[in-house]
Design a protein. Structure first.
Length: 126
């Protein structure tokens, strides 16, 4: 697992807010071997880590702030829609939603009590 330098908002492009930082990270790291994007919160240190896992490796980015689950989900969804087109939402359970279109499917699985939010990525036709 490769751990990248902590993300600093000012380095990332001036005055980016949390949503913009997460969206930029997603846009920079999405490729067709990607299988999962995860957010892990560290409340004690007031930091967040975002993991991009593919079949070969995992990239980890640390953000020096707590990233809210809603912000994370919205930024990931918006980045994927920018790249692959609009999604249809299918609620699966109380906590889980599936976003899909003809090119990609995202399964959103938050686990609030653990401070973990997994988004499973399935490129259709692969």
């Amino acid at each position: 697992m490769k751990i990248f330098k902590p993300v600093n908002y000012r380095i990332c492009g001036g005055s980016m807010d949390t949503y913009e930082v997460v969206k930029k990270l997603v846009l920079d790291n999405v490729h067709e071997k990607l299988i999962r994007i995860s957010l892990k919160l560290d409340f004690r240190r007031e930091r967040s880590k975002i993991y991009f896992q593919d079949v070969d490796k995992t990239k980890v980015y640390e953000i020096k702030e707590i990233v809210g689950f809603s912000t994370f989900a919205r930024a990931v969804r918006d980045a994927f829609e920018q790249m692959y087109g609009e999604f249809k939402v299918s609620p699966v359970s109380f906590r889980e939603d599936v976003l899909r279109n003809d090119r990609v499917e995202l399964v959103l699985s938050p686990t609030g009590g653990l401070g973990l939010f997994d988004i499973w990525v399935n490129f259709r036709g692969n």
